[in-house]
Design a protein around this ligand. Structure first.
Ligand SMILES: *Cc1c(COP(=O)(O)O)cnc(C)c1O
Length: 417
């Protein structure tokens, strides 16, 4: 169970809307900080434990900066994400570059920033060497394929996933890297996504510990860095519960003591690259009901659309909805809450029991703090919305303005028509 509450009153949010019209995303600064502190302190036992925030989840420099102040690094996989790190002053091994299908210029940028390079494929060794020297530190990404039994809804079966290397390739890659003089080695995987069962995450860690020991046996090198990827899930539905960080940490610790310490690998640095779990629950898409329509079903039209939050339309994902000021009104209406795209999947909710909604009601869509604004797009010429940061004292900083038509048309040349 988790309470789907919002960090503002109706009066407060209407005051904010008076200054920043809907739709917008608003992030609860203190809740993000508290949450990441909890995660980091749960792993206080682990030497050099680091959370690398998956920048793609919420690529906003203000969010990255407040996380940086908590000792959080950045997980990047594109030029833009690296450039954001540079702007925020995140560098060196505070960046892990976990990319795939990567052009050299992105590796080059990552190496200039001193990032930990995580190779998605064995062929990347030769590819990197074509253009320049290998860095001293290299991490390689593992795909267990059918060796791992359970799959996961978003990533699917590992053998169907495009990421990482097979077990044999991992050993081969480390041999090649060692022979080429690379000094320090890391191992990465990400086989679950939006996982609410901590045992799924604990088993990933166990698999990685065993692999690190096998690498030691087969290749004769000691891995110094282990990265379990992202994947800590969110209780999008009220009846689901948050992953217990202490339970997760204890489960990992047990395997660490059982597998790593006897192998002399008790000093390995562990990390996660969570995005969703860090900011997801603490971001809200705020929109206004602007139309209602009764045909074969009952529709509420809002001023946000799938371009602001894609997950419901793309994955059929559930996002909880609060109608401001009607929190305690009986949910005796069944609505489809829709946006304005010319796509029928542009719905935030289908057949959702909600209180009666009137035009002008403020509708809050929960758990939009990660993979929300960042997955936005401009289909139908929809403009990307603003992002606001809500401070503990109730004040607000606009951390991204809404796009204008000029932004949208900036790449068009109307002068020679
Ligand atoms: C997407 C991604 C993450 C973050 O995943 P979350 O579900 O947001 O935790 C981390 N690492 C890599 C390599 C990814 O592709």
């Amino acid at each position: 169970m988790n309470k789907k509450i919002v960090p503002f009153t109706e009066k407060q949010i209407r005051n904010i809307i008076a200054e920043y019209p809907t739709p917008f995303h608003i992030y609860d600064e203190m809740a993000i900080i508290d949450n990441v502190r909890k995660l980091i302190s749960a792993f206080a036992w682990a030497p050099g434990f680091k959370e690398y925030f998956a920048v793609k989840a919420t690529p906003n420099p203000y969010i990255m900066k407040l996380l940086k102040a908590e000792g959080v690094g950045a997980d990047c996989s594109s030029m833009a994400e690296l450039a954001l790190c540079e702007k925020v002053g995140i560098q060196g091994h505070d960046i892990v570059f976990s990319s795939n299908d990567t052009p050299y210029e992105e590796y080059k940028k990552a190496m200039e920033l001193g990032a930990l390079i995580n190779l998605d494929d064995i062929s990347m060794i030769e590819y990197l060497e074509k253009f320049g020297p290998l860095p001293d530190w290299i991490c390689v990404r593992y795909n267990p394929g059918p060796l791992m039994k359970e799959g996961n809804d978003i990533i699917g079966k590992p053998e169907e996933a495009k990421y990482g290397m097979t077990r044999d390739q991992i050993f081969e890659a480390f041999r090649i890297l060692r022979d080429k003089g690379v000094k320090h080695f890391g191992l990465h995987t990400m086989v679950v996504s939006n996982e609410l069962d901590p045992n799924g995450l604990i088993n990933t860690a166990k698999m990685m510990f065993e692999l690190a020991v096998d690498v030691q046996k087969n290749v004769g090198i000691n891995i110094e860095f282990l990265d379990f990827g992202g994947g800590i899930g969110l209780p999008y539905k009220p009846e689901q519960s948050f992953v217990d960080y202490n339970f997760l940490s204890n489960g990992i610790r047990n395997y660490y003591e059982e597998i790593m310490e006897p192998a002399g690998l008790g000093n390995i640095r562990m990390s996660f690259e969570c995005g969703r779990a860090i900011t997801g629950p603490y971001g809200y898409l705020v929109t206004t009901a602007i139309h209602h329509k009764h045909i074969w079903k009952e529709y509420i039209g809002v001023d946000a659309c799938m371009a602001n939050l894609m997950r419901p339309g793309m994955y059929g994902a559930y996002h909880h909805i609060t109608v401001m000021g009607k929190e305690n009104v009986p949910k005796d209406h069944l609505y489809d809450v829709a946006g304005s795209l010319c796509e029928n999947c542009d719905k935030f909710a289908i057949d959702r029991p909600l209180p009666e909604i009137n035009d002008g009601d403020v509708i809050v869509i929960h758990d939009a703090g990660a993979h929300g604004h960042s997955m936005g797009f401009n289909y139908n010429g929809k403009l990307r919305s603003a992002e606001l940061l809500l401070h503990e004292d109730g004040s607000v900083t606009r951390i991204r303005r809404a796009e204008t038509l000029d932004d949208l048309f900036a790449t068009l040349d109307f002068s020679n028509l």
